[in-house]
Design a binder for this molecule. Sequence first.
Ligand code: SF4
Ligand code: FES
Length: 252
Amino acid sequence: MKVLLKIWRQDDRDAAGKLVDYPLDDVDPDMSFLDMLDMLNEQLVRRGERVIEFDNDCREGICGTCGMVINGRPHGPLTATTTCQLHMRTFNDGDTIVIEPFRASSFPLIRDLKVDRSALDRIIQSGAFISTHIGTAPEANSILIAKDAADAAFDAATCIGCGACVAVCKNASAALFTGAKVTHLSNLPQGKIEAQRRVVDMVATMDKEGFGSCTNTEACEAICPQEISTDYIARMNWEYNAAKVRQTGKSS
Ligand code: SF4
Ligand code: FES
């Protein structure tokens, strides 16, 4: 199949960017979207042109590293699918495909389709730790975890940190990501002692990193490749208000 790719090219954050046309022939419908970009990059190398930069790692839908906006949708047209798990058979012969980076001021552009999503790491760093000195690793089953608590924690933990929820949100809010991380940890018995501090610090870091507020449009849940529920945003807000009441006697 043939496709016309319109790809965002930008040398760095301060350079002017623009969409550049790349017609591509002989695309195998069973190629993944990233394999197709690899094929284009091989052609660019042969022509002596700079390759298109994009993020990827596992190519199995589990690491959250890939992510670009394809025809206006983070991760492309399929629901519950990362960019690396998208295949060219999703498109038609002769299609024009517009490919842009995730756009949010908290995700500064590095080059072309590659953005810096380390702000999400800093949200995790501010809360996802246990401060108790535990000595050597405890026996795995010494703290029993009820099945429903383990299942609930695992459900929230399936967030892969890709940032599509931020990219699709009109406010560039990271509330779905942060809500999933807060809920994952608050469902487990380990780290209960830090629970109040954790949610307050993670929300504060989210704000400090410049992510916008959640206004409940729920576009994040619709675009999320892991189908993370906006219920976790409600859970984070509940935990945050409860922590603030305990800390100051006032909710916010
Ligand atoms: S909540 Fe979904 S869209 Fe957001 S970072 Fe996690 S997996 Fe990606
Ligand atoms: S490259 Fe790991 S999720 Fe896509």
